[in-house]
Structure formats: C-alpha cells, structure tokens
Design a protein around this ligand. Structure first.
Ligand code: BJW
Ligand code: ZN
Length: 241
C-alpha cells in the first residue's frame, strides 16, 4: 500500500460525512463504454452528438436505436468491485455517506447502494414527451421504434441531455452533500460536464478534502489532495475496509 492510499484510508475512516461523485469510468470495468474514451463510438457517431434534444427531434429513431444498443450492453453487465466498495462504504457510514452519479446504467443499485442521487437520469425509465408520464422501460410495448405513449406522443429515455435541466430533487441532494462533505471522492469522470463537475469546486470551497480516482488526469486534479491514477475497481476496494 502506498503512503497516499494509507492517508486516504485514514481520511475515509475519520470523515463524518463523505460524498462521492461517479462517472462512466466506474462502469468501464463492467464492460460499458465511456463517453469520451475508446469504445464510446456507435456507428461512427460521437455520444455528444446523440445525447441532445436536437438529435432526438431530428431523428428519434436513431437516438432510440443508440439507447437500445446501450441497454443491450448494460443488461449483460455486472457491477464490479468499484461499485461494490461504494455500496460497502454506504453500509459502513450510513447517513455519513452520499453517493451521487452521472451514470444512467443502474449498476450502483445492482451493487447494493440504497440511496443514489442520479443526476443524469436512468436508462431503465422512459418519459413521455407529451404528457410527461414516467414508466419503467420493461413496461413499454416496443412494437415500434420510437415507441409511442398511450396519449399518442413520442416516448423518450428518461435521461438528461445537453441543455436540459437536472432533476431538481437529485440536484438539491447533491449540492447539500457537496456542502457538507469533509471528504469528496471524484471517481471515473472526465469532469468536463457541468453542473455535475461544479460539485467538486463547491465541496472544496466548503473545506472538503478531495480525492480523484481515475487512470487519466482530469481538469480538476489541482483541487485534489489525492490524485490516484488507476482503475476504480482496483483502488476503491483498497480505500474502503
Ligand atoms: C476510469 C476508468 C476506470 C476510464 N476507473 N476511471 C460551457 C461551460 C460550462 C458548461 C457548459 C458550457 N456549454 C454548455 C454547458 C452546459 C453543458 C456542459 O456541461 N457542457 C460541457 C460539455 C461543455 N451541461 C448541460 O447542458 C447540463 N444541463 C445544464 O447545464 O442545464 C442548464 C439548464 C438550466 C435550466 C433550464 C435548462 C437548462 C446537462 C448535462 C447532461 C449530460 N448528459 C450526458 C448524457 C446522459 C444520458 C446518457 O447517458 O445517454 O451525461 S452527456 C455524458 O457526459 C453523460 C455523462 O454522465 C456525462 C459525463 O461523462 P463522464 O461520466 O465524465 O464520462 P467520460 O467518458 O467523459 O469520462 C470517463 C472517465 O473515466 C475518463 O476520465 C476516463 O479516464 C475514466 N476511466 N476507465 C476509473 N477503470
Ligand atoms: Zn403521454
């Protein structure tokens, strides 16, 4: 164990309130492609070109096919030791821990995390563009792509695209956790998408100590006391007893 990791383990033990923000990188070891890394491309589209309301308006069929492809990958994926370590941390710390994720894959839930603030929605939910009703994806008859709601309007994945507001309750919880955090873990995210990435700055300005866990550098590493360069599935189990 390196001194860095020993130090962080001690901080995990000593902190009364810890917040963790995860991104696509935590699910990479479960076989789910990240957005901005290798394997993120689908039929030569960059994910950023498809995760927008404009793309959906232009070609809802294409966007639905992309999400169907991703659901296929996610359905076969299992949580990895990184997800499981965060579920253990919640069990150990109880109300002294808050998990915030940008991921829509549901793998934190499958790993046993009880309370997850999902900032960018959930790929297993579907929302009507007309009446706004939200249903589980498996309850939607997928006779046609894109599927239609009983009210006749198009259904869409209940996720947050660029230019759209984050869900209010989850965002409030995340801000509250950022403000209260004594230790903030930034895990597997390129930290370029706002307002999620802004939580690190918020936590830091409230006095939190910050640890970044990522094989690559991020633009927010300068805020971190620990920049642990490696896969979350290897590092997280070492810092959570
Ligand atoms: C590993 C690993 C391993 C690999 N272990 N790590 C200019 C400045 C600031 C902001 C803006 C701006 N211009 C526009 C904006 C706003 C915009 C934004 O931030 N844009 C920037 C990109 C420029 N933000 C928004 O539009 C947000 N909404 C908003 O601002 O609303 C305002 C509003 C208010 C009121 C009314 C109306 C509007 C919404 C953002 C929504 C983002 N949505 C997506 C899609 C979600 C659905 C889906 O999945 O399809 O969210 S985009 C995509 O990016 C997805 C992700 O959650 C998000 C972040 O990506 P993430 O998770 O960081 O993944 P990657 O791939 O980038 O990084 C993976 C990392 O893992 C890498 O660093 C690897 O090294 C690492 N890694 N293996 C650990 N084993
Ligand atoms: Zn409807």
């Amino acid at each position: 164990m390196t001194p860095d990791l020993d130090d962080l383990r001690a901080a995990v033990r000593a902190s009364h309130f810890i917040a963790a923000l995860t991104g696509a990188g935590i699910s990479a070891e479960s076989g789910i492609p990240t957005f901005r890394g290798p394997g993120g491309l689908w039929r030569s589209f960059r994910p950023e070109e498809l995760a927008t309301p404009e793309a959906f308006q232009r070609d809802p069929h294409l966007v639905w096919e992309w999400y169907n492809w991703r659901r296929g990958i996610i359905r076969r994926a299992e949580p990895n030791p990184g997800h499981r370590a965060l579920a253990s941390l919640e069990r150990l710390k109880g109300d002294g821990f808050r998990l915030i994720t940008q991921n829509i894959d549901g793998l934190h839930d499958s790993a046993g995390s009880r309370h997850v603030a999902k900032l960018h929605g959930d790929i297993w939910r579907v929302r009507c563009t007309g009446c706004g009703s939200v249903t589980r994806h498996e309850e939607v008859p997928l006779r046609s792509v894109p599927p239609l709601c009983a009210c006749g309007a198009l259904l869409r994945p209940d996720v947050v695209w660029f230019g759209e507001p984050l869900p209010e309750l989850e965002w409030r919880e995340a801000v509250d956790a950022g403000r209260r955090a004594q230790l903030f873990l930034l895990i597997g995210t390129s930290a370029v998408v706002y307002p999620a990435a802004g939580l690190v700055e918020l936590a830091r300005s409230g006095g939190a100590r910050v640890a970044v866990i990522n094989p690559e550098a991020t633009p927010l590493d300068h805020l971190a006391e620990w920049a642990l360069r490696g896969p979350a599935g290897e590092i997280l189990p070492q810092i959570v007893d």
